[in-house]
Design a binder for this molecule. Sequence first.
Ligand code: BES
Ligand code: MN
Ligand code: ZN
Length: 488
Amino acid sequence: MDFKTKIAGASGSAATAAADALLVIVASAEAAAALEPPLADEFARALRDGDIDTKPGQVLYAHRVAGVKAARVAFAFAGGATARAFRRALTAGLAALKGGGTRTLAVSAAGFGPLEAAHGEALATVAAEATYLYRETKPSAPAPSRLGSLTLLCGSKAEAAAVAEGLRVGEALAEGTTLAREWANRPGNHCTPTHLATLALALGRSHGLKVEVLDRKDCEKLGMGSFLAVAQGSDQPPKFIVMRWMGGAKADAPVVLVGKGITFDTGGISLKPAAEMDEMKFDMGGAASVLGTMAAVARLKAKVNLVGIIAATENMPGGRAVKPGDVVTSMSGQTIEILNTDAEGRLILCDALTYAERFKPAAVVDIATLTGACVIALGHHRSGLFSSDDALAGELQAAGDAAFDPAWRMPLDDEYDEALKSHFADMGNVGGRAGGAITAAMFLKRFTARLRWAHLDIAGTAWKSGAAKGATGRPVPLLTHFVLGRAR
Ligand code: BES
Ligand code: MN
Ligand code: ZN
């Protein structure tokens, strides 16, 4: 998809824009009245006839409006001049125009004041989100949207420059988010740990990343007894993937992202119930978000050092699988009694966090579809954010807000650690039902004494269930904003 800005002058020339379709985002009824006559009159007539009401997200579609060059026109009512309102109306408007014969689209904003980078970013990300379609294993999927070119009409040169910068960031976010969505959507028999490693290597070549893939033997040498305990029940070989983008100065301490890459989570011997188990192919959503963020940051050639680590394996039952009560030794030397083999995410992440120490990172963020309890706590809107470091937590929270990919901070009081006590090892891997998202985070915290660390539990946000089942690509926008905020 191709994104442009066009300087249309302060009075606007939306009516004469040469495009298949015109989308007018309207902040308020007053802003609509100030549009050029053919557009203002059309809106006023529709309002009078009761065909559009001024509720946020309302869309009016009109075909071949007299005096308007574009054959298709849609008004999307934002009900406010904020970037959030703009984004929401854009989503509704694009839904009405993305199909049919529209190949080129002009977007005009009425009543938003001078457009900024956020508006450009919104256009690129919302367009990618609206037109993404999973096709890989579905030959009968509907034809993809023909929308190929979008132009945001701007009032001045300064506006156009700000919007163009937003488009640049937005296109990178769109690429990263779409990549994460696509790979999380691929079924478990396609998207194996080996396949993830192949994808990481290909991304390395296309985006200028250094990529290293450690196999089972390498992980044995490193003493990753906890990661390998999860992997031992699967016939698919585990992969431990390390990707590096070195856009900063040599001496700059890197940011390290650690992704949970369970390509399918059956629960292991502590087998999950059958209902909706298919959704456990999304259990590599954290890994997908690391891949997507690496792609976005590298595409932008950001002046920052970034390391992406993915611990990838299946979690399967079987004759060689780890059993409840088994005790394993993690790379850190701490022993773990595996009381529930379905709490496998923390078992692979703890060794990846210990491995991250070698990069002497400025900050480490792990991203994981870690607990059903987090879905109960926060639902599907905000990801769970855990950190003992107030500054880091604040930075991540702000990045999520700016990217419209929000998170909510959860507690990590020492009192929660009690639940992890074990009779036979330094700790157990589960803490009981109460506060399950927190005790999972407390488990990870035991491996981060030497790190500035935060944890994102994306169990509720990485994918949607039901009629719109599919990966969301979250939290690539949050992570990319966070990393860009640390660039020089
Ligand atoms: N991948 C799951 C978490 C999950 C479950 C995410 C449902 C989204 C929806 C994770 O590996 C898991 O199974 N966690 C257990 C932990 C429990 C055994 C302490 C859970 O949440 O039930
Ligand atoms: Mn599990
Ligand atoms: Zn899992």
